[in-house]
Design a protein. Structure first.
Length: 268
């Protein structure tokens, strides 16, 4: 009797192991991988020592299930307006209003989903000699159209930790190369448009940047996103290009004024 009981237990154990491998295999088979390219232009404008504004213009491209070309589809265009308040040398508080023209984003099932987004954000800086460590907290309200052409509100919280290291200097200034590593988790409310899972995604970035001047910088990024979804998990490997201008129009105006002054002084 005991031998038969032992055999039943052994069979059940073997069944569970086989079932586990089957589930893992199915989950792996259902994972979809996309290659994407993200590009963004950031225009920052200083108002005074405490306030600044920012305008971001961005566009994203993606491969599809049938094509590995990362420029196969233009999946998203967006603009975003920021207001930044520098509470102290360690705290930066921000808010933005943005519009996203989601055209064929794999995350939302390949259908058009225009979106308005509002967010509040706080960044805390751990300033160290030779590097900067920061943590970012952001709460977003996303007003998105779902597949039934109804708008849904999605509440999402994001938490990021970021490490920045200048390579050929201790501070960021003209001519400096720098490196960034960051990781961010996203938690959200469940909706039809983005799925019911509480954990939205994890995003890991490796970046390299260069300051052409104190007011112009370029960043190249490798981004990896993991998105658990009911219809199959998604992994995104992305290349990103970000070009930032600080006080662009003010600097152009200064150059024009200086040029006009020089021309005036040269007149007989």
């Amino acid at each position: 009797m005991s031998s038969k009981l032992a055999q039943n237990r052994s069979f059940k154990k073997s069944y569970r192991i086989i079932a586990l491998f089957f589930i893992v295999g199915v989950s792996y088979a259902q994972t979809k991988t996309y290659g994407q390219f993200w590009n963004e232009i950031q225009l920052n404008q200083t108002i005074n020592s405490k306030w600044s504004t920012e305008l971001d213009l961005a566009s994203s491209y993606s491969s599809t299930e049938s094509s590995s070309n990362i420029f196969q589809n233009n999946i998203q265009k967006s603009f975003r307006g920021w207001g930044h308040y520098y509470l102290s040398p360690r705290w930066k508080l921000s808010a933005f209003l943005a519009y996203y023209n989601n055209k064929d984003v794999p995350e939302i099932g390949q259908y058009k989903s225009p979106e308005w987004r509002f967010a509040l954000q706080g960044i805390y800086y751990f300033h160290k000699t030779g590097y900067t460590l920061s943590t970012r907290m952001r709460i977003e309200l996303r007003h998105m159209k779902n597949g039934d052409d109804d708008f849904e509100n999605v509440l999402r919280y994001r938490q990021q930790i970021k490490y920045l290291q200048p390579i050929n200097s201790k501070v960021l200034r003209e001519g400096v190369v720098y490196a960034i590593a960051s990781d961010e988790i996203y938690l959200k409310s469940g909706t039809k448009v983005t799925g019911q899972s509480f954990f939205d995604r994890n995003k890991f970035n490796l970046e390299g940047g260069y300051l052409f001047t104190d007011d112009i910088q370029l960043e190249l990024t490798y981004g990896n996103e993991y998105l658990p979804r009911n219809g199959g998990n998604q992994i995104t490997n992305a290349a990103a290009l970000t070009l930032t201008f600080n006080n662009l129009f003010r600097n152009i105006n200064k150059k024009l004024l200086n040029k006009n002054d020089s021309t005036t002084n040269e007149e007989p």
